[in-house]
Structures are given as structure tokens and as C-alpha cells.
Design a protein around this ligand. Structure first.
Ligand SMILES: [Zn+2]
Length: 164
């Protein structure tokens, strides 16, 4: 994804109030991130327990900031993350909810999704599984995994904004 600055991130939020955006704790390593190996940026708020954020490139590439709330339920080890869909279940997967955009969100409507607890999806899709057979084209497979993650992330951003 394209590199993000603190200003870009703060102005990208679609489902957070001005107050929520102004108090949001941002990652302090934006300058040193390997953006080429990231399909979206996700992090937990260091100050507010249960509050997390993800900046997702929309289908047209626009950074879409999403405020997420982590469910209090204990981590689900046997669940699949809906973004990276890694069948190896390497990560803890937890339930997050995102307020819908606009009037619907103000009435309290949310969208729930199961995600890698620490938003490691980009790493997961780049971590090759054992080749299923000799001559398996791992590079093509990895490109497909990355592409699918990017499509799901963009789809989530689009769904949140358009309500569809
Ligand atoms: Zn994931």
C-alpha cells in the first residue's frame, strides 16, 4: 500500500467522530514501516483498551480509516480470519465490530468481522505454506493470496462506506 502519514490517517476515518479521531493513538513507527509488504495498516490503541483501527485502501486506492471495537469474548483459536482466510490458523482471531458510516451508524448499526487479533494478515498471506506437490508455482500462489486479501479489505471498506 502507499505510505501513510499521521495526517493522512487522521483525515481518513469514515466511521469515527471528530473527538474519537482527535484522541486516537497512532502507531509511532510510520516512518520505518515496510509499506510494500502491507495491504492495510491495523493497530490497537495504546491508550484505550478494546479500541483498534485499520486503514484500508478502498477499491480506488483511497485510504479508508475504520474505528474498530474488539469484543470482550476470549480469543477464538479455531476461527478463520475473514480477511486473510488463512486455513493454518496461525494467529489468534478475534471479533471486531465497526460502526456503519453516517445515519445508520449513528442509530447504532455495526458490522462485525473476525480478524487476526494483531492485524498480521499481510504477513500471513506472504508466509508460504509447504508446496502441495513438486513444481507447484509458489510465486503465483502467493500473488493470488495477496490479491485476494487486497480485494477483501477493499470490499470491506467499500461496504462500510456505501452500506451495501
Ligand atoms: Zn488475517
Amino acid at each position: 500500500m502507499l505510505p501513510l502519514t499521521a495526517d493522512t490517517i487522521r483525515s481518513s476515518f469514515v466511521n469515527a467522530s471528530r473527538k474519537e479521531v482527535s484522541v486516537a493513538g497512532l502507531p509511532d513507527d510510520l516512518d520505518t514501516r515496510d509499506w510494500d509488504s502491507l495491504d492495510y495498516l491495523g493497530w490497537h490503541d495504546p491508550k484505550f483498551a478494546g479500541r483498534a483501527y485499520a486503514v484500508l485502501p478502498a477499491p480506488d486506492g483511497t485510504p479508508t480509516g475504520v474505528l474498530l471495537r474488539q469484543s470482550n469474548a476470549s480469543p477464538q483459536r479455531r476461527q478463520i480470519c475473514e480477511w486473510c482466510r488463512d486455513p493454518r490458523l496461525i494467529n489468534e482471531v478475534v471479533f471486531f465490530s465497526a460502526r456503519r458510516v453516517g445515519e445508520s451508524g449513528r442509530r447504532g448499526n455495526t458490522v462485525g468481522t473476525l480478524l487476526c487479533r494483531n492485524f498480521q494478515c499481510s504477513w500471513v498471506v506472504r508466509a508460504d505454506p509447504p508446496a502441495p506437490y513438486d513444481g507447484f508455482d509458489m510465486d503465483a500462489d502467493r500473488r493470488r493470496r495477496i490479491e485476494r486479501l487486497q480485494q477483501r479489505v477493499a470490499g470491506f471498506a467499500d461496504m462500510l462506506v456505501t452500506g451495501r
